[in-house]
Design a protein around this ligand. Structure first.
Ligand code: 3BY
Ligand code: FES
Ligand code: FE
Length: 417
């Protein structure tokens, strides 16, 4: 059904008040969803997967982003390629979504056959004068950053991805994510707009009431309180917490583990934030008791006590710990449905039941992801209600949401909305 809207997207952007959540239409409207897909999922760099999604030559996996479909594959020379999943004959999809193993890419429709390089090798009945050389599968711009694959569907990808690559290369090198193994993957479809998914991830205001499992190991970044409202005892705890952050960060930095926060959350094209976070309690890992789930540490890691290197992008969040990493990729499916794809990574030689316990590895983020899906659905349902008016973000625990919302508005404007 064709939907028409009385107000323009531009007037919705104008209506956003600083320090407040977005006007409802920016979360709910179909025209805004299409604009979001164009601006944030075609013109910006997005995280689409991992090098270790395709560990061997011939491994391929298909990731759909809106109406676009991408094939991530490892070619015969063991190099990663990302190509469009659109046959150069009459456009049919070549592979179905998800992982597979191929020796060539054969379109099921009329069997045009492509090398793993994307070159067209065989096109039956097209005549002797047919020039195959200009019918390769279309390549997609991509960057490999610490084992993560970022892609940009535009012909003119933003150049400031270089800064993200520069910051993260050293921070992620010891984890050797490119050679890790995916121990588990879980796809959850949240019944809410992708911006509510990201907002929900950017704060821990909701954590203590909703994430009992995560709270064993996770400490809020923004501390989450108004210092003036604290009792003297709580203020003391808060001070200790801040001092612990400062001490650990200083020690890690001195030991050669980059830890200080680097953020590009506003006045930038490519939005990201990274910091080495401290882990509560036993201090090792995001598990039910905060001790490592895997006795084989990731990559070249030799210590369990190097905290949690977190990395946020506008469609992902990641936690890299000594023994495992958790990677979450966000792909909008419609204005009110968002896929959250979570992957748990361990050392490639770690054996389930010997080096790690599957439940210990996955239970915290499986629970957290379900709890967050419930919160995002609850949030989207309320935002759709005519009674919704944008509400104030906490100055103490939701500053990152304000930065995200402001970046969103700026990027929409920069793209002509
Ligand atoms: O994934 C994150 O970045 C965390 C987990 C809980 C809230 N958020 C700040
Ligand atoms: Fe692919 Fe015809 S559409 S071979
Ligand atoms: Fe949460």
């Amino acid at each position: 059904m064709l939907q028409t809207f009385a107000s323009s997207i531009s007037s919705l952007l104008d209506a956003r008040a600083d320090g407040h959540s977005l006007p409802a239409g920016l979360y709910t409207r179909q025209d805004v969803f299409e604009a979001d897909m164009d601006v944030f999922f075609r013109k910006h760099w997005i995280c689409i997967g991992l090098e270790c999604d395709v560990p061997e030559p011939g491994d391929a996996t298909v990731v759909d982003i809106g109406t676009s479909s991408l094939i991530i594959l490892r070619d015969d020379d063991a190099a990663i390629r990302v190509v469009r999943n659109v046959c150069r004959h009459r456009g049919a999809r070549i592979l179905d979504p998800g992982p597979t193993v191929v020796s060539k890419l054969v379109c099921p429709y009329h069997q045009w056959t492509y090398e793993l390089s994307g070159e067209l090798a065989y096109a039956p009945h097209m005549g002797a004068d047919f020039d195959k050389s200009c019918k390769s599968l279309k390549p997609v711009a991509f960057r490999l950053i610490g084992g993560l694959i970022y892609a940009c569907l535009s012909d003119d990808p933003p150049e400031d991805i270089d800064f993200l690559a520069e910051v993260m290369a050293g921070r992620l090198a010891p984890y050797d994510i490119a050679n890790a193994r995916i121990a588990h993957q879980a796809d959850v479809i949240e019944e809410g707009n992708w911006k509510l998914t990201i907002e929900n991830n950017r704060e821990c205001y909701h954590c203590s009431a909703n994430h009992p499992e995560l709270c064993v190991s996770f400490i809020d970044l923004d501390f989450g309180f108004d210092p003036d409202s604290l009792s003297p005892e709580d203020r003391e705890v808060a001070r200790e917490h801040e001092a612990l952050y400062a001490r650990r960060t200083e020690n890690w930095e001195a030991e050669g583990y980059p830890s200080k926060a680097v953020e590009r959350l506003s006045d930038c094209v490519t939005n990201f934030r990274t910091q080495r976070l401290i882990i509560s309690g036993a201090g090792e890992s995001q598990t039910p008791d905060a001790t490592s789930a895997s006795s084989k540490l990731l990559g070249h890691m030799t210590r369990k006590d190097t905290g949690d290197t977190h990395l946020w992008g506008h469609n992902s969040w990641n936690h890299f710990m000594g023994d495992h990493a958790v990677i979450a990729i966000v792909i909008p499916l419609s204005a009110d449905k968002t896929l959250v794809r979570t992957k748990w990574l361990v050392h490639k030689d770690a054996v389930e039941g010997v080096d790690y316990d599957f439940d210990k590895l996955t239970s915290v983020w499986l629970a957290t992801t379900d709890q967050d899906a419930e919160l995002v659905a609850r949030s989207h349902a309320g935002v759709k209600d005519p009674a919704y008016v944008p509400g104030p973000y906490s100055r103490f625990s939701e500053t990152n949401l304000d930065k995200f919302a402001s970046w969103y508005i700026d990027r929409m404007r920069a793209n002509g909305y």
